[in-house]
Design a protein around this ligand. Structure first.
Ligand SMILES: Nc1nc2c(c(=O)[nH]1)N[C@H]1C(S)=C(S)[C@@H](COP(=O)(O)O)O[C@H]1N2
Ligand SMILES: [Mo]
Length: 328
């Protein structure tokens, strides 16, 4: 077993990884119903199991390229930046397994070549290559706080560009009300997809107002380098005022619609993981408190802030939405 010693601040996976536990329960149930067929469908070489660490991939380590971009100081993080080694080794990327230790398995993520499809309510559906997209954007660095719904948090220097720029490039029509992100689902390299009763591919969505918000970010790098596979290479969403599951990794499709999308987690358990998922310490998750959080690398618990501390930029978008479950 690769689990080895758990660092003090880590959540004990068997006991307290709430997202994974929920998946695991479903997995056990689904596996029983399907006579184990779903589990058997997982690629053998990945040696995936529900709760343990992943076996390292046979793929060679991914060489990250340096990415230099000016740091924007407009959104102060107010916290020390997390150690790069922690932020890149303690991950949630369920396509590669339910463990936090997916970095090895994620080496197999096929990121070259990569393209993004623009579809739905757009002027003209089309697909663009990742390199082509990079030529159309100006990169900047932002230090953001990240708060997972499981109550761990980190502070990371992300490199990328505003989500509003991606909207501009995609050219939605005036009837679009939501922007939807679909992430890679590659059964050859992602053992988690063998769990066929889960609603793969992982999808997430935001309103057009949220997509236009200045904090909403498309991330292509962290710590001054291209994104490691386990953190969502080659491009992911970063929505710092929402629980981490909204920040979809390894995006392959962007579509626009006038119907509210149902995300991966919402499809699994909408009472626990809703569409809005804005951070709020006073609204507990049905199974645990959201009042405090643990910073990666540190055993202390610190208070969680409403909107993860970004209210000044985002709270105004939600006035009037009194009937919505804004904080689930
Ligand atoms: N495609 C995909 N995106 C994903 C996830 C996932 O399992 N698959 N996990 C989400 C969750 S629950 C969190 S907390 C963050 C974790 O990002 P990190 O590994 O870079 O910390 O990614 C989010 N994006
Ligand atoms: Mo999460």
């Amino acid at each position: 077993m690769l689990i080895g010693k758990r660092r003090g601040w880590e959540i004990a996976e068997r006991l307290a990884t709430p997202e994974a536990l929920m998946l695991g329960r479903r997995a056990a149930l689904g596996g029983a119903l399907a006579g184990g067929a779903a589990l058997a469908a997982a690629p053998a070489q990945a040696q995936w199991n529900l709760f343990g660490s992943n076996a390292a991939s046979n793929a060679p380590p991914v060489v990250l390229k340096p990415l230099t971009a000016p740091r924007l100081d407009r959104y102060p993080a107010g916290r020390a930046i997390s150690a790069e080694a922690d932020a890149t080794s303690y991950n949630n990327y369920y396509e590669f397994g339910l463990s936090k230790s997916v970095a090895g398995a994620a080496r197999a993520l096929p990121i070259n070549p990569w393209s993004i499809e623009f579809t739905g309510m757009v002027e003209k559906p089309r697909t663009i290559g990742f390199d082509d997209l990079m030529k159309q954007v100006t990169l900047e660095e932002r230090v953001y706080r990240h708060r997972c719904v499981e109550t761990w948090a980190m502070t990371v220097p992300w490199t990328g560009f505003p989500l509003s720029k991606l909207v501009e490039i995609a050219k939605p029509t005036a009837s679009a009300k939501y922007m939807v992100f679909t992430t890679l689902a590659d059964p050859k390299t992602m053992p988690g997809l063998g769990q066929r009763f889960y609603p793969w591919p992982y999808t997430e969505g935001v309103t057009m107002a949220e997509a236009a918000n200045e904090l909403a970010f498309i991330t292509v790098g962290m710590y001054g380098k291209t994104l490691p596979p386990q953190n969502g290479a080659p491009l992911r969403l970063t929505l710092p005022w929402k629980y981490g599951f909204k920040s979809a990794k390894s995006i392959v499709k962007v579509s626009f619609t006038d119907k509210r999308p149902v995300s991966f987690w919402e499809a699994l358990q909408d009472s626990e993981y809703g569409f809005w998922a804005n951070v709020n310490p006073t609204v507990p998750h049905p199974r645990w408190s959201q009042a405090t959080e643990t910073l990666l690398g540190n055993d202390d618990r610190v208070p969680t802030q409403i909107w993860n501390g970004y209210g000044e930029w985002v709270a105004g978008m939600y006035t009037g939405l009194t009937k919505e479950r804004l904080f689930v």
